[in-house]
Design a protein around this ligand. Sequence first.
Ligand SMILES: NC(=O)c1ccc[n+]([C@@H]2O[C@H](COP(=O)([O-])OP(=O)(O)OC[C@H]3O[C@@H](n4cnc5c(N)ncnc54)[C@H](OP(=O)(O)O)[C@@H]3O)[C@@H](O)[C@H]2O)c1
Length: 312
Amino acid sequence: MRVLITGANGMLGAELTDYCQQLGYTVIPTGRQPHLIQMDITEPRTVRAVFEEYRPEVVFHCAAMTNVDACEQHPQQAYRVNAFGAEVIASQCHRVGAICVAISTDYVFDGKAGRPYHEYDTPNPLSVYGRSKWLGEQAVQALCPRHYIVRVAWLYGRFRPSFPQFVLQQAQAGEKVKAIVDQIGSPTYTYDVAQRLLQLVQTDAFGVYHLTNRGPVSRYEFARTLLQWAGLPELLEPIPMSAWQTPAPRPAYSALISWRLEWAQLPPMPTWRDALRRFLKQMGYTAPHDENAHPAHSDGNDADDDLHTNSD
Ligand SMILES: NC(=O)c1ccc[n+]([C@@H]2O[C@H](COP(=O)([O-])OP(=O)(O)OC[C@H]3O[C@@H](n4cnc5c(N)ncnc54)[C@H](OP(=O)(O)O)[C@@H]3O)[C@@H](O)[C@H]2O)c1
């Protein structure tokens, strides 16, 4: 299988590149960095030429302007990359007959439902980032019938530092971290996304999917568990969302659940605890064994996670 990855230098793109290479696929990693096949997704002629030359069968579209506050401050750039860029990729996928897997976000929702969002909930983004990603979704739906739109959330992984690495680093330096107690979401390990995406593209069950680790959790609780399991002092300052002023508004409750994964006959995603435990192990920590969890790397369903679920 010939797999083209946009944003191959990013957190998810790098994970997917690595995972596809491990599976023995022909990988075409694209992006703007010198070590990649040069492809700016906002340049239609360049994208067309790359697709012409490499004729991908599957495209994982991971490239995006992901800095939510920068999107708010530079909306034209955000729409250009996240909406127009998705149009360019989707139309070229359709032209060469490739499946388009477009990665989207929990920030397409406004967070007012007070329960995890499923694939049939209607987006209502609060920010430029969320709107630009939702427009990107709509372009993919309109321009490439053989598509998967895959919403992920609160990503972390080994290829790029993000929230967990920041928390670990600060704790090791003896610095306190402010962690929000009333922002609830679905922290998700990029390895689990990569694994499930490669299963999903074999199904031909096209459409929208939510692909996150299971179990809603607050930023604070996630950080506390992380430090506890890493054996580091819990140097956390719990703060409310209202005390964290940012240019872009964020949904207070953007946890996701998936109905369609089950209907596509794929296993559920691992819980956030199971994922975090494996991530810590990979980072060289010895996370304690959780008696409620299935063995690591399984699709373990930690019993207590469902207690946090406020779904229907
Ligand atoms: N991170 C999260 O928590 C999160 C949450 C929900 C959804 N998502 C979605 O998941 C996907 C992957 O996110 P990520 O965290 O892996 O992103 P990331 O680490 O910020 O990587 C994004 C990549 O896109 C590339 N890019 C930006 N503009 C481009 C352009 N015009 N042409 C070509 N490449 C361009 C960047 O290239 P450079 O390296 O050259 O800058 C970067 O490699 C995105 O669609 C994002 O919206 C992420």
